[in-house]
Write a new protein. Structure first.
Lengths: 256, 270
């Protein structure tokens, strides 16, 4: 049984189809990159995975549960911008990842102390402990995104969704964010979906790369048909599939 | 060099800032001088010295009949009404703005209604308020509330609607209920905007206050101005007008100061 199952999903806004006939399955722990031209429904697909929107047809299930009707704790999200709360300090933003599910949205007394200590550990791990008391607006773009990822992970989602998370960063920061993300993933082994414009990034980080495109195209009415997954690449081993043999063959054993 | 690129230095900036104040004062002094030279008992433009003397007398000397310094009692009564009206208005607006901004159901239910309400000229309602609430304090406070509330609700409701969708979704993925979303995300971000909106509504609030006091009151800054109008006591009127201006300025300034101190993260937007 696959972890994330997308079955025959259609989404249209009014009469305008955005994506159509999307079928897809992912194992737990997979890192799936999603690429495609602008306006090809990548972000729509992510919003559907997030349950921010409901598909007009078909359903999306995570871990066999019923299709979610609104965003919840099982799905974490990092957007390109506005991903952290501007009115909370960096430390409070991390604490919020745990405390927002409480009735009052905050911890009290001993719980609060413990949460602050845990937040400091998290900040040390993501390298933001030196700015713990600052507001996000004073942080650089890369630091804000690191904070956003840290905040999302503190809530321990089953699936982490990234919507062009590094799109606004300069190339150097982007590379260090790749390392950061790969480290975190090796640590947590969580399932990740990432929408990106950057093909190189998609293949570098992803185990699989999904390409969204419109298979049918009406030159007189470009919006007539929606996009779907046109390619599903295996991006492991540098994008060269079949490199690791799944069976222990006697040939390999004989050769040592 | 284009004039849009010419920036004044610090001394010039201060000079330019003071210039209109000085210019108005000088113009007034000259006008007063001319009129008084023609007719020493002219009441229309009293000399600055006379206004100063009157102001000093008003501030320090008690009224012979009641034994109270009316200036401070007027100020106290007016500020009480203003403060009460603005506070009630702001708190009510906060609740309604959160409802309208966060709940699509409440938006469908209330948004158009509030938009229509805000079109009613509040002063046209004043007679009704006097009839319903009597001539006491209540009707004056209610007029300020009625006058400022619809605008505050519309303004703040719009601010809540403008909160980035990303933040709402993010809070939901962290497990926030609607209540927590309102309490921990929308409300704190709305507070600096509330102060900003209230600052803009202070002007109308003074207008409604003085109008209500002018019509039915026995104490208050607006009442006093309209009372001494009968005696053409320009020196008293001008003293009160200057005092109201100073009060309004101080209120505005203190709001800005509080906002900067309490909401340092919102500095860009203020």
């Amino acid at each position: 049984m696959s972890f994330v199952t997308v079955r025959n999903v259609f989404q249209s806004y009014g009469p305008r189809p955005i994506i159509e006939r999307v079928n897809f399955e992912a194992e737990e722990g997979a890192f799936v990159s999603i690429v495609g031209a602008s306006g090809c429904g990548k972000s729509t697909f992510l919003r559907l995975l997030l349950a921010q929107e409901q598909p007009t047809r078909g359903d999306i299930r995570v871990a066999g549960a019923d299709p979610a009707r609104e965003p919840g704790l099982d799905r974490g999200i990092v957007f390109q911008r506005y991903s952290v709360f501007p009115h909370m300090t960096v430390r409070e933003n991390i604490v919020a990842g745990e405390s927002f599910r409480r009735p009052w949205g905050r911890f009290f007394g001993a719980d609060r102390k413990a949460a602050l200590a845990r937040a400091d550990d998290t900040l040390a791990r993501i390298g933001l402990d030196h700015v713990a008391d600052q507001y996000p607006a004073t942080l650089s773009g890369g630091m804000q995104q690191r904070l956003a990822i840290g905040q999302a992970l503190v809530a321990k989602p089953r699936v982490l969704l990234l919507d062009e998370p590094f799109g606004a960063l300069d190339p150097g920061t982007r590379l260090s964010m790749h390392d950061f993300l790969q480290d975190l993933r090796a640590e947590t082994g969580m399932t990740v979906f990432m929408v990106t414009h950057d093909l190189e990034e998609a293949f570098k980080l992803g185990d699989r790369v999904l390409v969204f495109d419109k298979p049918r195209w009406d030159p007189h009415d470009p919006n007539r048909y929606g996009a779907t997954i046109t390619y599903d690449f295996d991006a492991r081993d540098g994008g060269i599939p079949f490199q690791t043999l799944k069976e222990d063959t006697h040939v390999l054993q004989a050769n040592g | 060099m284009r004039i849009i690129n010419i920036k004044p230095g610090r001394p010039l900036a201060v000079f330019l800032m003071l210039l209109p104040f000085v210019a108005v004062f000088v113009a007034y002094a000259i006008g007063s001088e001319i009129r008084l030279a023609e007719n020493p008992s002219d009441k229309l433009l009293p000399a600055p010295g006379t206004i100063w003397d009157t102001a000093w007398r008003l501030i320090t000397e008690a009224d012979r009949r009641s034994g109270r310094i009316l200036f401070w009692h007027d100020t106290g009564a007016s500020l009480m009404r203003l403060g009460l009206g603005i506070t009630i208005s702001a708190l009510t607006a906060l609740v309604f703005a959160l409802l309208i901004g966060l709940l699509p159901l409440a938006r469908s239910f209330l948004a158009q209604f509030v938009a229509v309400l805000s079109m009613i000229p509040p002063l046209a309602l004043l007679p009704i308020l006097f009839i319903v609430f009597g001539l006491g304090e209540t009707s004056k406070v209610v007029l300020i509330v009625v006058g400022t509330l619809p605008c505050l609700i519309r303004d703040l409701g719009q601010r809540v609607v403008e909160l980035p969708q990303e933040l709402r979704v993010k809070a939901q993925t962290l497990g926030a209920s609607s209540w927590v979303l309102a309490l921990r995300v929308a409300l704190p971000q709305l507070m600096p905007r509330l102060i900003q909106a209230v600052r803009l509504q202070i002007g109308p609030a003074w207008l409604f206050l003085i109008a209500a006091e002018a019509i039915a009151s026995d104490l208050g800054l607006g009442y006093r101005i309209f009372l001494v109008r009968r005696y053409l006591a320009m020196d008293v009127i001008l003293t009160y007008v200057i005092w109201i201006t100073i009060l309004a300025f101080l209120i505005d300034w203190s709001f800005r100061w509080v906002s900067r101190r309490v909401f340092p993260w919102a500095e860009d937007s203020l």
